[in-house]
Design a protein around this ligand. Sequence first.
Ligand SMILES: Cc1cc2nc3c(=O)[nH]c(=O)nc-3n(C[C@H](O)[C@H](O)[C@H](O)COP(=O)(O)O)c2cc1C
Length: 203
Amino acid sequence: MLEYKANPHKSGLRLSLGVATAVVVTALVFAITKQQRETTKQRLLSRQLTALLPTDAYDNNPAIDSIQLNKEISNNLLVNQAYLYKKANTTQGAVLHVTTSQGYSGDIELLIALSQHNWIHGVALVAHSETPGLGDKIEQGRSDWLMQLRNLKTESLPASAWAVKKEGGQFDQITGATITPRAVINAVSDTINWYSLNVQSLQ
Ligand SMILES: Cc1cc2nc3c(=O)[nH]c(=O)nc-3n(C[C@H](O)[C@H](O)[C@H](O)COP(=O)(O)O)c2cc1C
């Protein structure tokens, strides 16, 4: 009877080759899907910018005319990026991508579309981890809550208006979930104030 004796050197080599192949394949798959993830993110961004801005307000591509900021404007609010919208090469306003850490479950990312003429065009939700059935009602698909931040003249809103009704402000609350709307309203209010002070540097 023939007895099979494994060559430890060959087995080791095969194992190393297998591991190396797996690493290369994983790296390739990651690189390919990274590109796909980036494309999906860009498409979503373009869709959200189009939905937020009035079509006649700009003739550029704000997704490309953007400035990376990464500025902490308070200890719970980060302004990540400004997407400038322009008409005939003149900046009309900016859509600011911000992250507030005041959510019930941490970060809430928003796009806030502001004109230089003191209008809030609207606010869109980019990402959040709020609780299903409670804080997630800020999602456009789940309720109209975010719609109350559309087409508002900022000058007509005193600082005291920036709160939910039960806290003396003018915005609707979400029953049993005040923390999430408070985080969004504070983020929008602070972003408007920051934008009005920095508008000249965002041209
Ligand atoms: C498991 C759990 C998840 C919750 N998720 C949220 C949430 O996503 N957003 C929120 O504002 N409040 C959430 N709450 C409720 C808050 O703890 C808090 O009671 C509420 O925001 C206060 O709002 P109210 O004054 O309208 O009751 C959650 C509570 C529990 C127990």
